[in-house]
Design a protein around this ligand. Sequence first.
Ligand SMILES: Nc1ncnc2c1ncn2[C@@H]1O[C@H](COP(=O)(O)OP(=O)(O)OP(=O)(O)O)[C@@H](O)[C@H]1O
Length: 575
Amino acid sequence: MRQYLITKKWSYTTAIFSIILSEIVSVQFPHVLGEFTDALSRGALTSVLIAHYAFELLVIGILYVLLYGVGQMLNGRSGRIFEYQLRKRLFEHWESLSTDYYQQRSIGDLLNHAMNDVRAVREALSGGANILTNAVFLLLATLYMTFTTISVQLTFISMIPILLVPVLVVWFGPKIRTASREVQEALSAMAEFTEESLSAVRLIKATASEEVEAQRFSRKVQEIVKRQMHMVKRSAIFQSSIPLLGSLSFSIALLYGGLLTVSHKILLGQFVAFTLYLAMIITPLQQIGFVINNFQRASASLARLRVLLSARPSVVDSKTAISLPHVQGAIEVKLDFFRYPNSEHKVLEGIAFSVQPGQTIGIVGRTGAGKTTLANLLLRVFDPPRGAIFIDGVDIRDVVLRDLRTAIAYVPQDGFLFSTTIAENIGFAKAEATPSELMQAAKDAMVYEEIVRFKEGMNTQIGERGVTLSGGQKQRVAIARALIKNAPIMILDDSLSAVDMNTEKMLITRLKQLRTKKTTLIIAHRLSAVFHADQILVLDEGRIVERGTHEELLQRFGIYRTLYDLQQGEQGVTV
Ligand SMILES: Nc1ncnc2c1ncn2[C@@H]1O[C@H](COP(=O)(O)OP(=O)(O)OP(=O)(O)O)[C@@H](O)[C@H]1O
């Protein structure tokens, strides 16, 4: 925030300067009315003089509005730019963090930071800056005018209650900050719940759990209301005690100023002007309370944002990382064991195998055996230990992350697609892809014929605002997205599971043709996806328990054979 204020120093200086000038202009208002009253009480008021005073007030009004308007506009603009930049920075920061970060934080919580916390800071920055400058300088200008044109003594005595304002700030500030942080945390919890609940809406409906969910939601909302009431109570007491002090000042002024006027120590016009001055500062005093309140909330939000922005990615380029722009695709794995961070359990143990460019490796095994974990390590979604995985003979821990991930085309298990057109989804990894390349990728992934049946073809919107693709279609669009990357290494993580056997066979044949000199890793539950592989690894509880070609493994009568017999019985699979 400091950096931002420095870059915008001229805008803020001009805004503050305009607001100060506007206050200097506005404090002339009671002064003119005081002179008017004096002229009236002396009986010296002529029609020319009345017109003169009226014109003076008009000019004061116009100048005030212009100057204050400029200040407000500049501060408002800087606040909005800050809001935009902070959200952009948050987004870029989140993009840079590693996957494990998202296991600890929910999307709803992060969105709440991006929306509510950022807005709280912006409000303090723009609205707060306006009002604070306005209030402080109006107060100073009023004090100056009352000192110089009315009575130092009267000003001092009347202002005594107002001097208690800083004491109130020190007393209430931390309390409001804590209350505000608690509200933001409750809002985060609600956002987290809503996000999760809406993502699972199909499940909730299918299991008729709407009422249970609604009750859980209402508990979250009640918690927010409770915390908000707590904050509102504290803020209200604080905010109302400031005008209370102002009213006290007013009473003193009336009492003491009245006595001074009656005893002719000050003129009637001076007394009228003084009460007008006091009336003028009551509102800013009220606003100071509001702004300080705002600042306390913004400071709680800033503290939350600071925690977020100080998170560092756990997977980063090493200082000596080398660039590998032309990967051939040889993979060697010599992994003693791997545990996920914050877990004691060894997910993979004693994994050793190698793949030559052009080869296809099949990885099969029961659910939870560690297949996806192996893909995660190859991609460095989680860092493997040093000396465990090599690409073209180089430890992947020493390869520039971007190069490593560019060399691998990965199709995740859920075949995630973005809510945009099919064409954009396929071209995701290759922004410069031509329409014919996109079409070819869709054809290679055996999904083109189904895409052209949609009215908009490749430009069909998918997701929330468009058509819903079937599981098998999604998987094939995801495969097309990987194919267009034309990467030396491809990992299909159970990406054919929702595709019918016939299409799977055609797809595999096509993959073989396309990737003759490239490395392909196929993770699968259905063995038919790996029959053709040069080598099949059978994983069980994190270990390679069998390896060989399809024929070799069948002869071994182990897990693979059991799985094969089972699946053949279920689906009538034949080699
Ligand atoms: N991010 C993670 N943190 C901690 N443990 C994890 C994480 N991801 C997976 N695991 C654990 O690692 C083990 C292996 O999971 P993995 O996803 O690699 O299995 P898989 O063989 O791909 O299973 P499936 O065939 O069901 O996809 C499981 O016990 C799982 O609970």
